[in-house]
Write a protein that binds this ligand. Sequence first.
Ligand SMILES: [Ca+2]
Ligand SMILES: [Ca+2]
Ligand SMILES: [Ca+2]
Ligand SMILES: [Ca+2]
Length: 259
Amino acid sequence: MFYRICCCVLLLLAIKPRSSLQIQFKGNAFFQIDEDTNIGTKIGNFTVIRGEKEAPFQIISTTNFVTINTTNLDNSLGLAVDVFLNTKLDTDYGKSWYDLTFEAVNSQTTQNGKFHILVNDVNDEVPEFKNRPYSVTVKEDAEVNSVIYTKIDAFDPDTNDAKTYILSTDKYSPFSLDTNGKLHLVAKLDYESQTFYQYIVTVKDEADHTATAEVFIKVEDVQDTPPEFYRDSYSFTILENSPQGTLLNPAVQARDGDR
Ligand SMILES: [Ca+2]
Ligand SMILES: [Ca+2]
Ligand SMILES: [Ca+2]
Ligand SMILES: [Ca+2]
Protein backbone atom coordinates (compact mmCIF):
# COMPACT_ATOMS: atom_id res chain seq x y z
CA MET A 1 0.00 0.00 0.00
CA PHE A 2 2.76 2.42 1.06
CA TYR A 3 4.68 1.59 -2.12
CA ARG A 4 1.68 2.54 -4.28
CA ILE A 5 1.22 5.94 -2.57
CA CYS A 6 4.90 6.79 -3.14
CA CYS A 7 4.59 5.85 -6.78
CA CYS A 8 1.62 8.16 -7.18
CA VAL A 9 3.47 11.11 -5.66
CA LEU A 10 6.49 10.51 -7.87
CA LEU A 11 4.24 10.25 -10.91
CA LEU A 12 2.50 13.53 -10.10
CA LEU A 13 5.86 15.28 -9.75
CA ALA A 14 7.01 13.84 -13.04
CA ILE A 15 4.00 14.94 -15.03
CA LYS A 16 3.64 18.40 -13.43
CA PRO A 17 4.05 20.71 -16.44
CA ARG A 18 7.21 22.80 -16.28
CA SER A 19 6.90 26.40 -17.28
CA SER A 20 8.14 27.00 -20.79
CA LEU A 21 8.66 30.73 -20.22
CA GLN A 22 12.14 31.55 -21.46
CA ILE A 23 14.04 34.66 -20.51
CA GLN A 24 16.50 35.77 -23.15
CA PHE A 25 19.19 38.40 -22.78
CA LYS A 26 21.55 39.51 -25.48
CA GLY A 27 24.83 38.30 -24.02
CA ASN A 28 24.76 38.05 -20.24
CA ALA A 29 22.03 39.43 -18.03
CA PHE A 30 24.35 42.31 -17.40
CA PHE A 31 23.91 46.03 -18.08
CA GLN A 32 26.74 48.52 -17.70
CA ILE A 33 25.96 52.22 -17.30
CA ASP A 34 27.68 55.41 -16.19
CA GLU A 35 27.09 57.02 -12.82
CA ASP A 36 25.75 60.20 -14.41
CA THR A 37 23.06 58.41 -16.45
CA ASN A 38 19.83 60.38 -16.28
CA ILE A 39 16.65 59.02 -14.78
CA GLY A 40 14.42 57.81 -17.60
CA THR A 41 17.28 56.57 -19.77
CA LYS A 42 16.84 53.14 -21.33
CA ILE A 43 19.63 51.02 -19.91
CA GLY A 44 18.92 47.59 -21.38
CA ASN A 45 16.37 45.15 -22.71
CA PHE A 46 15.52 41.46 -22.81
CA THR A 47 12.76 39.23 -24.10
CA VAL A 48 10.61 36.60 -22.48
CA ILE A 49 8.92 34.04 -24.72
CA ARG A 50 6.40 31.31 -24.02
CA GLY A 51 5.54 28.01 -25.58
CA GLU A 52 2.49 27.83 -27.79
CA LYS A 53 0.54 26.02 -25.07
CA GLU A 54 1.63 28.39 -22.33
CA ALA A 55 -0.88 31.02 -21.20
CA PRO A 56 -0.11 34.68 -21.93
CA PHE A 57 1.92 36.32 -19.20
CA GLN A 58 2.96 39.69 -17.86
CA ILE A 59 6.23 41.06 -16.51
CA ILE A 60 6.40 42.58 -13.04
CA SER A 61 9.42 44.49 -11.78
CA THR A 62 10.11 43.84 -8.09
CA THR A 63 12.05 47.06 -7.56
CA ASN A 64 11.59 50.78 -8.04
CA PHE A 65 15.22 51.04 -9.05
CA VAL A 66 14.14 50.65 -12.67
CA THR A 67 10.91 50.83 -14.58
CA ILE A 68 10.01 48.49 -17.42
CA ASN A 69 8.02 48.79 -20.56
CA THR A 70 6.80 45.75 -22.46
CA THR A 71 5.71 45.29 -26.07
CA ASN A 72 4.36 42.19 -27.77
CA LEU A 73 6.70 40.29 -30.03
CA ASP A 74 5.53 39.86 -33.63
CA ASN A 75 4.50 36.24 -33.12
CA SER A 76 2.56 37.18 -29.96
CA LEU A 77 4.38 34.45 -28.10
CA GLY A 78 6.43 36.74 -25.94
CA LEU A 79 7.26 40.19 -24.72
CA ALA A 80 10.12 42.55 -25.39
CA VAL A 81 11.06 44.26 -22.14
CA ASP A 82 12.82 47.63 -22.09
CA VAL A 83 14.45 48.63 -18.82
CA PHE A 84 14.68 52.32 -17.81
CA LEU A 85 16.66 53.83 -14.97
CA ASN A 86 14.45 55.21 -12.22
CA THR A 87 17.06 56.14 -9.60
CA LYS A 88 19.77 58.78 -9.25
CA LEU A 89 23.12 56.95 -9.16
CA ASP A 90 26.22 57.73 -7.15
CA THR A 91 29.13 55.29 -7.00
CA ASP A 92 31.21 57.67 -4.87
CA TYR A 93 28.88 57.59 -1.88
CA GLY A 94 26.67 54.64 -2.86
CA LYS A 95 26.78 51.29 -4.66
CA SER A 96 28.27 50.40 -8.02
CA TRP A 97 26.61 46.99 -8.44
CA TYR A 98 22.93 46.07 -8.35
CA ASP A 99 21.21 42.67 -8.62
CA LEU A 100 17.61 43.11 -9.74
CA THR A 101 14.75 40.67 -10.07
CA PHE A 102 11.60 40.62 -12.17
CA GLU A 103 8.79 38.13 -12.44
CA ALA A 104 7.10 36.64 -15.48
CA VAL A 105 3.62 35.70 -14.29
CA ASN A 106 0.71 33.91 -15.90
CA SER A 107 -2.20 31.87 -14.62
CA GLN A 108 -0.02 28.76 -14.45
CA THR A 109 3.30 29.90 -13.11
CA THR A 110 5.56 32.62 -11.81
CA GLN A 111 9.11 32.61 -13.02
CA ASN A 112 11.83 34.84 -11.55
CA GLY A 113 14.49 36.38 -13.72
CA LYS A 114 17.57 38.27 -12.61
CA PHE A 115 19.72 40.88 -14.22
CA HIS A 116 22.66 42.89 -12.95
CA ILE A 117 23.73 46.50 -13.33
CA LEU A 118 27.35 47.63 -13.07
CA VAL A 119 27.67 51.39 -12.58
CA ASN A 120 30.87 53.01 -13.86
CA ASP A 121 32.42 55.82 -11.86
CA VAL A 122 32.38 59.20 -13.60
CA ASN A 123 34.40 62.24 -12.57
CA ASP A 124 31.39 64.11 -11.22
CA GLU A 125 32.49 65.18 -7.74
CA VAL A 126 34.03 68.54 -6.86
CA PRO A 127 37.10 68.35 -4.60
CA GLU A 128 36.68 69.70 -1.07
CA PHE A 129 39.43 71.29 1.01
CA LYS A 130 40.38 69.60 4.28
CA ASN A 131 42.21 70.93 7.38
CA ARG A 132 40.84 74.46 7.04
CA PRO A 133 41.49 77.22 7.92
CA TYR A 134 44.95 77.51 6.41
CA SER A 135 46.73 79.79 8.90
CA VAL A 136 50.49 79.70 8.53
CA THR A 137 53.03 81.27 10.90
CA VAL A 138 56.58 81.63 9.64
CA LYS A 139 59.61 83.30 11.21
CA GLU A 140 61.09 86.10 9.16
CA ASP A 141 64.48 84.34 9.13
CA ALA A 142 63.02 81.08 7.72
CA GLU A 143 65.32 79.46 5.22
CA VAL A 144 64.64 80.35 1.59
CA ASN A 145 63.69 77.34 -0.60
CA SER A 146 62.30 75.44 2.38
CA VAL A 147 58.81 73.95 2.70
CA ILE A 148 56.94 75.94 5.33
CA TYR A 149 53.45 74.33 5.27
CA THR A 150 52.08 70.96 4.21
CA LYS A 151 48.46 70.94 5.36
CA ILE A 152 46.81 72.23 2.19
CA ASP A 153 44.90 69.20 0.97
CA ALA A 154 41.59 68.36 -0.68
CA PHE A 155 39.40 65.26 -0.84
CA ASP A 156 37.84 64.01 -4.07
CA PRO A 157 36.02 60.66 -3.98
CA ASP A 158 36.24 60.00 -7.73
CA THR A 159 38.49 57.04 -8.52
CA ASN A 160 42.04 57.97 -9.57
CA ASP A 161 41.14 61.64 -9.96
CA ALA A 162 44.31 63.76 -9.77
CA LYS A 163 44.20 67.16 -8.08
CA THR A 164 46.27 70.24 -8.81
CA TYR A 165 46.75 73.19 -6.44
CA ILE A 166 47.28 76.80 -7.50
CA LEU A 167 48.04 79.79 -5.23
CA SER A 168 47.05 83.34 -6.19
CA THR A 169 50.59 84.70 -5.87
CA ASP A 170 52.27 87.19 -8.20
CA LYS A 171 55.90 87.23 -9.30
CA TYR A 172 56.86 89.37 -6.28
CA SER A 173 55.46 86.95 -3.75
CA PRO A 174 57.96 85.24 -1.42
CA PHE A 175 55.76 82.11 -1.45
CA SER A 176 55.09 79.41 -3.99
CA LEU A 177 52.74 76.43 -3.86
CA ASP A 178 53.74 73.27 -5.68
CA THR A 179 51.08 71.24 -7.50
CA ASN A 180 50.90 68.81 -4.56
CA GLY A 181 49.86 71.57 -2.16
CA LYS A 182 53.19 72.13 -0.35
CA LEU A 183 53.91 75.79 0.42
CA HIS A 184 57.51 76.88 -0.22
CA LEU A 185 59.34 80.01 0.84
CA VAL A 186 61.13 81.30 -2.27
CA ALA A 187 62.43 84.72 -1.12
CA LYS A 188 63.67 86.21 2.11
CA LEU A 189 61.02 87.60 4.47
CA ASP A 190 61.31 90.82 6.44
CA TYR A 191 58.92 91.35 9.32
CA GLU A 192 59.87 95.02 9.41
CA SER A 193 58.57 95.42 5.82
CA GLN A 194 55.48 93.14 5.79
CA THR A 195 53.95 91.11 8.58
CA PHE A 196 50.99 89.44 6.87
CA TYR A 197 50.08 87.86 3.52
CA GLN A 198 46.75 86.55 2.27
CA TYR A 199 46.10 84.41 -0.81
CA ILE A 200 43.45 82.26 -2.42
CA VAL A 201 44.31 78.62 -3.08
CA THR A 202 42.43 76.78 -5.83
CA VAL A 203 42.21 73.02 -6.24
CA LYS A 204 41.30 71.61 -9.63
CA ASP A 205 40.47 68.02 -10.58
CA GLU A 206 40.92 66.34 -13.96
CA ALA A 207 37.42 67.39 -15.06
CA ASP A 208 38.19 71.04 -14.19
CA HIS A 209 35.95 71.07 -11.12
CA THR A 210 37.41 73.70 -8.78
CA ALA A 211 37.14 74.79 -5.17
CA THR A 212 38.86 77.64 -3.37
CA ALA A 213 40.04 78.46 0.16
CA GLU A 214 41.90 81.31 1.85
CA VAL A 215 45.49 81.07 3.03
CA PHE A 216 46.70 83.42 5.76
CA ILE A 217 50.45 83.79 6.37
CA LYS A 218 51.69 85.61 9.46
CA VAL A 219 55.35 86.58 9.64
CA GLU A 220 56.97 86.36 13.10
CA ASP A 221 59.52 88.90 14.21
CA VAL A 222 63.10 87.81 14.91
CA GLN A 223 65.78 89.95 16.60
CA ASP A 224 67.66 90.51 13.38
CA THR A 225 68.00 94.31 13.17
CA PRO A 226 70.43 96.37 15.32
CA PRO A 227 69.26 99.48 17.22
CA GLU A 228 69.94 102.88 15.61
CA PHE A 229 70.12 106.51 16.79
CA TYR A 230 67.51 108.93 15.58
CA ARG A 231 70.27 111.34 14.52
CA ASP A 232 73.61 110.74 12.90
CA SER A 233 75.30 113.15 15.39
CA TYR A 234 74.40 115.15 18.45
CA SER A 235 76.02 118.48 19.52
CA PHE A 236 75.25 120.48 22.67
CA THR A 237 76.07 123.90 24.03
CA ILE A 238 76.07 124.29 27.80
CA LEU A 239 77.07 127.12 30.09
CA GLU A 240 80.08 126.38 32.25
CA ASN A 241 78.15 127.31 35.41
CA SER A 242 75.16 125.09 34.67
CA PRO A 243 74.09 123.16 37.77
CA GLN A 244 74.73 119.49 38.00
CA GLY A 245 71.81 117.50 36.56
CA THR A 246 70.90 120.01 33.85
CA LEU A 247 69.25 118.18 30.92
CA LEU A 248 70.96 118.55 27.59
CA ASN A 249 68.85 119.20 24.54
CA PRO A 250 68.13 117.45 22.20
CA ALA A 251 67.93 114.12 24.04
CA VAL A 252 70.08 111.31 22.76
CA GLN A 253 67.62 108.63 21.58
CA ALA A 254 67.83 105.37 19.69
CA ARG A 255 65.29 102.85 18.50
CA ASP A 256 65.50 99.12 17.99
CA GLY A 257 65.34 98.07 14.35
CA ASP A 258 62.99 95.19 15.35
CA ARG A 259 59.46 96.25 16.05
CA1 LIG B 1 29.06 60.89 -7.77
CA1 LIG C 1 32.18 59.75 -9.39
CA1 LIG D 1 36.36 64.84 -9.13
CA1 LIG E 1 63.08 91.65 13.11
